[in-house]
Design a protein around this ligand. Structure first.
Ligand code: 13P
Ligand code: SF4
Length: 332
């Protein structure tokens, strides 16, 4: 296809006007794709806002679990994704590994009925369904602390999947004990028992990066996402989800320097004079970056031709239990 970026944008805008569609873009999307979003935000905002939207089609520019969550919450909607790219963290756990994690807790002496599973939204729908079936719920990085606080009231051991860093960071924030299955001994002593998954992008930030920036710019603030390693978060001035990071940075005085440890596209878009990317490499999320303007155009065109491509479909049982897990989060 030989269209320029500007030509593609014009075609997309024209198709959006003519079709009954809403384009949804996560903050980590490429700039030109993000710009085409009618709804933009972090994973929690996108889940909430699409529930209030009444177009027939949601065209979701993000990673697969996000499009799946929209479909699970709105089964009547047709959800299509210009690219169904799977987040590398979500790919780290499937239903078999989930069952194994429950068994590891049972082996450590915790009865199944005393386990309350919580899955980060970065997991596939079949894993969310397993969690829903066991009485558990979903959380995002924006509400993880609140969800865990509510879950603890049930006096059960929390199985937190798939991101060990988010689980450990929340435990540290709340003064609770955490352990990682397969790594730590005596997991039964912990309040939050984490699966050993992680985000490959947020592992790119190091304490050396923090030391470098603190030495170069005395007084600089360090702000990081809770998917970063707990040892790194411990040395930061602020730890927050995507939207919390944006708010924190926007509220700093203009002359305050800040180095930010999260996905490149977001930080680059935010980049004001005194905002730096906390890494010597480019921390781009490869799967978020898979969606191009051309993919978006072709997807809209396929809707116009009544042959939508990459439509999200979910089987009835998964739909039922994953919805319960997501709705428990929404209710809180
Ligand atoms: P948010 O929940 O902050 O949107 O993050 C999603 C994600 O994939 C972070 O890496
Ligand atoms: Fe997944 Fe990490 Fe990319 Fe977020 S940044 S979508 S957790 S791989």
């Amino acid at each position: 296809m030989n269209y320029t970026t500007e030509e593609l944008k014009a075609k997309i805008i024209d198709l959006k006007k003519r079709l009954d569609v809403t384009v949804v873009s996560h903050f980590y999307q490429r700039d030109e794709v993000f710009e085409m979003g009618d709804i933009t935000g972090d994973s929690l905002e996108l889940a909430k806002k699409t529930m209030e939207d009444d177009s027939a089609f949601v065209v979701f520019c993000g990673v697969a679990f996000m499009g799946e969550s929209v479909k699970v919450l709105n089964p009547e909607k047709r959800v299509v994704m210009p690219k169904q790219a799977c987040c590398s963290m979500a790919r780290m756990i499937d239903t078999l590994y989930y069952d194994e994690s429950v068994r590891a807790m049972e082996t450590a002496g915790i009865a199944k009925e005393n386990i309350l599973p919580i899955t980060y939204i970065n997991s596939n729908a079949d894993v969310k369904a397993k969690v829903g079936e066991m009485g558990g719920m979903v959380c995002t990085s924006s509400n993880a602390k609140m969800i865990i606080e509510a879950a603890l009231k049930e006096n059960k051991k929390i199985l937190f999947i798939p991101d060990r860093c988010l689980g450990q960071n929340i435990a540290n924030m709340m003064g609770l004990k955490s352990a990682v299955i397969g790594i730590d001994e005596n997991i039964a002593d912990a309040d939050i028992i984490c699966y050993d998954g992680f985000c490959s992008v947020h592992q790119l930030f190091s304490i050396d990066d923090i030391n470098f920036y603190r030495k170069k710019f005395p007084g600089i603030k360090i702000a990081v996402h809770p998917e970063c390693d707990p040892a790194l978060c411990d040395k930061a001035d602020f730890v927050g989800s995507t939207s919390q990071l944006i708010k924190y940075i926007q509220e700093l005085p203009e002359e305050q320097k800040v180095a930010v440890g999260t996905e490149f596209n977001l930080v680059n878009r935010l980049r004001q004079k005194n905002t730096y990317v906390l890494s010597s490499t480019k921390p781009e999320c490869p799967t978020m970056n898979e969606t191009t303007l051309e993919d978006l155009y072709l997807t809209l065109k396929s809707i116009e031709e009544s042959a939508p491509i990459n439509e999200v479909t979910i089987d009835a049982n998964t739909q039922k239990w994953a919805k319960i897990a997501l709705e428990r989060m929404m209710a809180l």
